[in-house]
Design a binder for this molecule. Structure first.
Ligand code: A3P
Length: 341
């Protein structure tokens, strides 16, 4: 397979995207007033539709690639840090990790969010220098990822999270973007979280519906365990050691007994802990991903069960019913009550 990640020759024109969106069902995400389109069953903004098409037409996976998958706000920044540390431990011991002076998103690039996004400076993103395994990421559903990922032996590590915690996280993340866009004179009035909840219940979430996204990856992780490793944020929180070992084994870079004895696993977990990453100077200021997003907005409170502070009992009950219905027969579940988590 080709060594090139980016093939600049296959473009997607604005006209083509305009023509496409004319025919797609569309809706508005009430919470942030953005127009989204339903492409092959999944919702995304026009901007991401274009970068998705570009990714599909240009990305050529290598058998050794490791792709981090997962919807926004499910813990992808954390997973990037952990996997980067696992892969890079050969080159950099933990105390010299590039994470100490780079935001995780500057080290692991997203296909549709970065590499094939419009603002990206292709010259700076010529990733051919990346050693193997190449670590990349995507928020795309399995049905929309580039074919070469599916047909190659590239591996996918997928992360998901309790939908209510994901929603709380998305709520505050979106508020931070909205505030950034607001001029100082304007009085910023945050939309209610109920708007986000209502959208979610209708399947409207970036690259959602959430349940379709999650269940599809879950099923593949069962049918092809060598292809997809399925992780829950909550499990990573409650047993990081076990899950870090699983990650390393899955990508074919297991920890040796010498490394275990020397404490490398604990060192990586500590380096990538929420508190440590949040406190690093490099993650406190500045922007990342095409200069659009504040680095600090990726580190809020990193808790499990924060949803219990945000939703009414009626909303929680509604979500419970939806979850039971959507996960029925899949073997997949989340504990709903925070005390059970
Ligand atoms: P909260 O908003 O609930 O705090 P993503 O990285 O997919 O955008 O997800 C962001 C969520 O992951 C945020 O959740 C963020 O605080 C949390 N997070 C970021 N780094 C983390 C880490 N090292 N450990 C645990 N959670 C982390």
């Amino acid at each position: 397979m080709s060594q090139n990640v980016v093939n600049k020759e296959v473009e997607v024109s604005e006209e083509e995207v305009d023509d496409l969106v004319k025919w797609l069902p569309n809706a508005v995400l009430l919470g942030n007033d953005r127009q989204i389109f339903n492409y092959k069953g999944f919702w995304c903004e026009r901007y991401f539709l274009k970068s998705t098409l570009k990714s599909q037409r240009n990305f050529i996976a290598k058998d050794t690639d490791v792709i981090i998958g997962g919807l926004q706000k499910t813990g992808t920044t954390w997973l990037k840090s952990l996997l980067f540390s696992v892969v890079e431990r050969v080159n950099h011991p933990v105390n010299q990790s590039l994470l100490l002076n780079h935001n995780p998103h500057a080290l692991v690039h997203g296909l549709e969010t970065h590499i094939y996004a419009d603002q990206t400076d292709y010259l700076n993103l010529n990733l051919t220098h990346l050693g193997e395994p190449r670590l990349l990421s995507t928020h795309l559903p399995y049905a929309l990822i580039p074919d070469s990922i599916r047909v190659s032996k590239a591996k996918i590590v997928y992360i998901t999270r309790h939908p209510l915690d994901m929603l709380v996280s998305q709520y505050y993340f979106t508020l931070s973007i909205m505030k950034k866009k607001t001029t100082e004179e304007d009085d910023f009035i945050p939309p209610p979280i109920q708007d986000f909840f209502d959208d979610f219940c209708l399947g409207k979430y970036p690259f959602g519906p959430y349940f379709d996204h999650v269940v599809e990856f879950w099923k593949i992780s069962i049918a092809q365990p060598e292809k997809v490793l399925f992780l829950k944020y909550e499990d990573l929180k409650s047993d990081p050691v076990k899950n870090l070992k699983r990650l390393a084994e899955f990508i074919g870079m297991p920890f040796s007994s010498k490394e275990e004895t020397e404490g490398v696993i604990t060192q990586i977990i500590n380096l990538c802990s929420f508190k440590n990453l949040k406190e690093l100077e490099v993650n406190k200021n500045g922007v990342v991903i095409n200069d659009l997003l504040d680095k600090k907005s990726f580190f809020r409170n990193g808790q499990v069960g924060d949803w219990s502070n945000h939703f009414t009992p009626l909303m929680v009950e509604k979500m419970d019913i939806i979850m039971q219905h959507k996960f029925k027969g899949t073997g997949l579940s989340f504990n709903l009550l925070p005390q059970q988590l």
